[in-house]
Design a binder for this molecule. Structure first.
Ligand code: F6R
Length: 605
C-alpha cells in the first residue's frame, strides 16, 4: 500500500507535493519520490527512506514545474531502494501507483520478448512501459484506457506526460482515489486527508473511473470512456492540522486522548435527557435480524471479537466474526436477513473493503464502523456508525480501538433493547454507567509509572504471552499485537484455558506472562491457569480489579485497575496493555509512530 498525489497548477508544485506526501506517510514510508514536467522534460527524484530525505534532496536540487506527481511507498514487489521507488518513468511518461498488478510477471515476460527493458523489480513499471508503447500511436487518454484494459489487480494511478505539460491523468480500480478542487489548482490524492490542507472540495473516483486534471478543470470518464459528472463534497471542518503538542510522539498523545475521544463519542450517540441510544438508518429492522457477522483486520478484528461477547450477552442472536482476508474467500452462507458489520479505523483497508464489496454484490445489508467518515468503506456501506476519535496518526491503533469498542457496545445494547432481549431497566442502567467511562479511563492512565517499571524489567525478554478468558481473551490478543508491532518482541495472545493444550510448553524461567483477570465469572479459573504458569517459572504481570488485595505472593507484578460494570472491563484493561507496549518500545528505542514494515492504512491485499 502506498500513497499518491498529483497536482496541476499555475505555480510550482513541488512544495505542495512534499507536504501532501508527509500526510500520506501513514500509508507507507519505505521510500518517496516525485516527478514534475520541467522545461519540456520529466524531472524525477526519488530515494529510499522518508519524505524528509526527499525534501533534503529537493532543497539541494529543486524540482520546478507546475504539474507533478508524488508517491510514498510500502514495498510489495522489490526491496525498498531507489530503483524500486516511484515514480517509474521513461523519457515520455511517469507513473505513481498504489495497489498491486497481479499479472505483472506475465506482462513483463511478453514485453521483454519484444525487447523492452526494465529498471526496477516493481509491478508498476509494467504500466510505464505499456503506456510508453501505446503513446507511440495514441493520445494520452486513449493510451491510458488501452493500458488499463491489459491490467489485472488493483490500482490508483497518477500519470504525467512529457509532451502534455497541462494535465495529470488519474485512474482507479480497487484502490481509493480522490480529486480536490481549488482556484487555479486541482489535485489528485489517495485520500481526502492528504488534500485537506489545500482544499475542502472533494470528489471520489469510483472503480473503473479515469480523470484528466488540469489547473482549471477536471474531466471524468467511466470505464466505457463516457464522460461523467461527479458529485463534489465539502469536507467537515479542519481536522487536518494534527500535531503532537507536548507529547513525544503521536501514539502516547492518542493513548492519553482516550478519555476525551470516548466522551465525544458518547455525546454523539447518547441522548442524555431520555437516557437513550440514538442509532439511525440501520439497514434492517433489529427484530428481523437472523445473524450478525462482524468483519475486520488486526486491531479492528479484535474489537469484533469483544463485541461477540457483548452481543451474546445482550441479545439472543447468532453472532459470527471473521478476519476480512479470510471472509472474502470463504464459501459463505450468505443470508439477506443477516447484518454484516465492517469495522475499520481508516475505512480504506483493502481486505475489509473487498469483503464489504462482496456483500454489496450479494445485495446484503451492510453497516460500517469507521473513524474516517469520508472513506471508501463508509461510502460503500448502507449505514455508517462513526467512532468520532479524530485523526489517528500513530500506526499502532489505540484510541480508534476504544472508539470501535464503544460504538459496538452501544450498538449491542441498542439491538438487545429493541429486540426485547435486554430488559429495559438493565438497558437504562448500563447507559447510565457509561457516563463514568471517560473518568475510569483517566484513572487507569495514572498507572503509567508502574508500567514503565515493568517495561524496563521485560524489554530484553525474547518472548511473552498474554492470557485472558471471556472478553479478556481478545483483549489479550490485542495486547500481544500491540507489543509485537511496536517493540518487535514476540508475543502471543491466548485463551488462558487453552494453555494446557500446548502453549504451556513455552513457559520457562523468567518468560513474561501478562494475565488479564477482572473479577468476572472467569476470575477463579483464570487464576488457576495463572498458577500453572507460575509453577513453571513464568514471570506474571497480573491485571485485575481486586481493590488492592494481593492475589498471590508469587506474582512478579500486580496492577489493580478501577472497578466498573463488568461489561466495561475490555475498555479499562486495554489501557495498561497500550502503555506497556509503548514503554517497552521506548526502552528498545523503536520508531514508535512508524514501526518497521508496517503502514497505517493497508490498501493492498
Ligand atoms: C494494529 C493496527 C492494525 C489495524 C489493521 C486494520 O495496531 O493498527 O492491525 O487495525 O490494519 O486497519 P483499519 O482499522 O484501518 O481497517
Amino acid at each position: 500500500m502506498c500513497g499518491i498525489i498529483g497536482i496541476a497548477s499555475n505555480k510550482s508544485v513541488s512544495v505542495n507535493i512534499i507536504n501532501a506526501l508527509k500526510k500520506l506517510e501513514y500509508r507507507g514510508y519505505d521510500s518517496a519520490g516525485l516527478a514534475t514536467i520541467n522545461k519540456g522534460r520529466i524531472d524525477e527524484k526519488k530515494c529510499p527512506g522518508r519524505v524528509e530525505k526527499l525534501e533534503k534532496i529537493l532543497f539541494q536540487n529543486p524540482s520546478e514545474g507546475n504539474l507533478g506527481i508524488g508517491h510514498v511507498r510500502w514495498a510489495t514487489h522489490g526491496v525498498p531502494n531507489e530503483a524500486n521507488a516511484h515514480p517509474h518513468s521513461t523519457e515520455i511518461v511517469s507513473v505513481v501507483h498504489n495497489g498491486i498488478i497481479e499479472n505483472s510477471s506475465e506482462l513483463k515476460k511478453i514485453l521483454e520478448k519484444e525487447g523492452k527493458t526494465f529498471k526496477s523489480q516493481t509491478d508498476t513499471e509494467v504500466i510505464t512501459v505499456l503506456l510508453t508503447e501505446k503513446l507511440q500511436n495514441a493520445e494520452p487518454l486513449e493510451a491510458v484506457f488501452k493500458t488499463l484494459g491489459l491490467l489485472k489487480g488493483s490500482f490508483a494511478l497518477g500519470i504525467i506526460f512529457k509532451n502534455y505539460k497541462d494535465f495529470v491523468i488519474g485512474a482507479r480500480r480497487g484502490s481509493p482515489l480522490a480529486v480536490g478542487y481549488s482556484n487555479d489548482e486541482n489535485y489528485l490524492g489517495s485520500d481526502s486527508y492528504a488534500l485537506k490542507s489545500m482544499t475542502n472540495k472533494i470528489s471520489y473516483l469510483d472503480d473503473g473511473d479515469v480523470c484528466i486534471l488540469s489547473k482549471d478543470e477536471v474531466k471524468f470518464y467511466n470505464s466505457n470512456k463516457d464522460k461523467i459528472n461527479k458529485e463534489i463534497f465539502t469536507l467537515s471542518e479542519n481536522k487536518s492540522e494534527v500535531n503532537k503538542g507536548n507529547y513525544k510522539n503521536f501514539m502516547i498523545k492518542e493513548i492519553f486522548e482516550q478519555p476525551i475521544t470516548l466522551k465525544t463519542c458518547l455525546k454523539e450517540y447518547i441522548d442524555k435527557i431520555r437516557e437513550e441510544i440514538n442509532f439511525y438508518n440501520l439497514p434492517i429492522e433489529p427484530k428481523k435480524i437472523k445473524k450478525i457477522v462482524l468483519i475486520g483486520c488486526g486491531t479492528a478484528y479484535h474489537s469484533c471479537l469483544v463485541t461477540k461477547y457483548w452481543l451474546e450477552e445482550f441479545t439472543n442472536l447468532v453472532i459470527e466474526t471473521d478476519i476480512a482476508s479470510e471472509f472474502r474467500y470463504r464459501n459463505n452462507r450468505f443470508d439477506k436477513n443477516n447484518l454484516y458489520i465492517f469495522v475499520s479505523q481508516s475505512g480504506e483497508t483493502a481486505d475489509t473493503f473487498a469483503a464489504l464489496d462482496l456483500c454489496k454484490k450479494e445485495n446484503l445489508k451492510t453497516c460500517s464502523v469507521v473513524n474516517v467518515v469520508e472513506s471508501s468503506i463508509a461510502r460503500q456501506s448502507d449505514c455508517v456508525l462513526p467512532i468520532h476519535a479524530g485523526p489517528e496518526i500513530g500506526v499502532a491503533s489505540t484510541k480508534a480501538f476504544l472508539g470501535q469498542m464503544l460504538v459496538l457496545y452501544l450498538f449491542s445494547l441498542k439491538i438487545g433493547e429493541v429486540r426485547g432481549d435486554l430488559d429495559n431497566k438493565k438497558y437504562k442502567k448500563l447507559i447510565s454507567n457509561l457516563k463514568n467511562l471517560p473518568q475510569l479511563i483517566k484513572e487507569t492512565l495514572k498507572e503509567e509509572q508502574k508500567i514503565q517499571f515493568i517495561a524496563k524489567d521485560i524489554h530484553n525478554s525474547k518472548g511473552s504471552m498474554f492470557l485472558g478468558r471471556g472478553s479478556s481473551y481478545p483483549i489479550a490478543m490485542e495486547g500481544a499485537l500491540k507489543l509485537k508491532e511496536l517493540s518487535y518482541l514476540h508475543a502471543e495472545g491466548y485463551p488462558a484455558g487453552e494453555m494446557k493444550h500446548g502453549p504451556l510448553a513455552l513457559i520457562e524461567d523468567g518468560l513474561p506472562v501478562v494475565v488479564i483477570a477482572p473479577k468476572d465469572k472467569y476470575f477463579e479459573k483464570t487464576l488457576s491457569n495463572m498458577q500453572e504458569v507460575i509453577a513453571r517459572g513464568g514471570k506474571v504481570l497480573l491485571l485485575t480489579n481486586s481493590d488492592g488485595k494481593v492475589i498471590s505472593e508469587n506474582i512478579r507484578f500486580q496492577i489493580d485497575l478501577p472497578s466498573s460494570d463488568l461489561s466495561l472491563t475490555p475498555f479499562i484493561f486495554t489501557i495498561p496493555l497500550q502503555l506497556l507496549s509503548y514503554h517497552v518500545a521506548l526502552f528498545k528505542k523503536c520508531d514508535i509512530d512508524k514501526p518497521r514494515n508496517l503502514a497505517k492504512s493497508v490498501t493492498v491485499e
